[in-house]
Design a protein around this ligand. Structure first.
Ligand code: B12
Ligand code: SF4
Ligand code: SF4
Length: 287
């Protein structure tokens, strides 16, 4: 298969699973967990992946390192790797519920944090298996052995494969004042990715900084997410991960456990009722 055929196969696979699979189900509500996805592609040898070792920590994996863990017996050439990333937008039902809340996440948001991320793992596994069945070695970092998160020396709590940082390389969007990733389908999203041993032409990044899609950084306006955070974890200085984590652990998670019946870590009030909720706000031009 050539680059175009692989790209089409990846896009269609992700779209088919999200749009038609019965697994994309918000249990408890019996409706979709996620709206139609967008998909982007990065080159496995993009130097930005290596720069994350400095920015985030030495423990942060490059695409080649993930493949090495998944296939220890094979030596991969990073020039032959590509990263397929997707954005899963929250549905209008979940957004409408969450907009009404100011202190605790709505029950749809709680369920989507749990069942929606289970679906994201199913999507990671199914996309990986679709390519391996076609004879192309593929790995899904977030479900690869050794995936986890820890306290980094310079970036606070961080995982060894940040889905947002991969999506940034794949041209899918940038970070915002709240740290949230603002895609063309907004910030109220979850993100996933797989790495494949094949060359797919990467998408161009249509932004000139890692915060270009945020009105605060691009135009010096907005700041709406600051007011949405019940923990005052967002300020002109950015996102205080400790305050955020502490609020989720002590307030939202115990509440979520009561309605969900299992431990989960939702909040996300800063992702809705804001200009970047469902779109890239810097694209909205006033007439
Ligand atoms: C650890 C973690 C957390 C921690 C820390 C978050 C953080 N900022 O890193 C806590 C517990 C606080 C948290 C909270 C939440 N999380 Co969380 N979390 C993760 C996890 C597991 C790892 C994140 C990670 O590795 N971060 C790495 C660090 C380094 O990222 P960072 O500090 O934000 O990065 C900054 C720098 O890199 C900087 N930067 C400086 N210079 C440069 C230069 C370049 C070139 C670039 C690219 C960047 C850059 O920009 C960034 C922003 O300031 C991911 C899943 C995953 N595997 O990716 C989900 C994830 C980030 N979480 C997610 C979500 C949805 C949430 C919550 C809404 C909870 C919920 N589900 O209801 C809140 C939102 C908090 C917020 N305001 O963003 C989504 C993100 C969705 C989005 N639109 O951004 C993710 C990607 C899960 C997923 N699979 O979709 N989370
Ligand atoms: S709400 Fe405004 S300030 Fe906050 S991330 Fe979105 S665009 Fe940036
Ligand atoms: S996830 Fe909740 S606590 Fe964390 S920054 Fe957003 S609104 Fe604040």
């Amino acid at each position: 298969m050539n680059s175009n055929e692989l790209r089409t196969m990846a896009e269609k696979t992700v779209q088919r699973i999200v749009n038609y699979s019965l697994e994309n189900n918000l249990k408890g509500f019996n409706e979709k967990s996620w709206d139609s996805p967008i998909v982007g592609f990065a080159a496995g040898n993009d130097p930005i992946f290596k720069s994350y070792k400095k920015l985030i920590g030495k423990f942060h994996w490059t695409p080649a390192e993930v493949m090495q863990i998944a296939y220890p017996e094979i030596a991969f050439d990073e020039n032959d790797l590509s990263v397929i990333c997707w954005i899963l937008p929250q549905t209008e039902n979940t957004l409408a519920d969450q907009r009404r809340e100011n202190k605790l996440p709505s029950s749809r948001w709680v369920y989507s944090r749990h069942y929606g991320e289970k679906f994201n793992d199913y999507l990671r596994a199914t996309v990986r298996n679709t390519f391996t069945d076609a004879g192309i070695k593929t790995a899904a970092p977030a479900i690869t052995k050794g995936f986890g998160y820890r306290e980094s020396d310079n970036a606070g709590l961080a995982s060894n494969w940040s889905e947002r940082h991969a999506a940034f390389v794949a041209g899918l969007g940038t970070f915002g004042l709240s740290d949230g990733f603002i895609s063309e389908k907004g910030k109220a999203v979850r993100i996933g990715s797989v790495i494949i041993n094949a060359r797919i032409k990467p998408d161009q990044r249509k932004y000139n900084s890692h915060t270009a899609n945020c009105l605060w950084h691009a135009e010096g306006t907005c700041g709406a997410c600051m007011k949405r955070c019940p923990a005052n974890a967002i300020s002109a200085e950015g996102h205080d991960k400790k305050a955020c984590f502490n609020y989720i652990k002590t307030v939202s998670a115990p509440y979520a456990e009561k309605i969900l019946g299992t431990y989960e870590t939702p909040c996300g009030l800063c992702q809705v009722k804001i200009p970047c909720e469902r779109r890239n706000p810097t694209n909205v031009k006033t007439p």
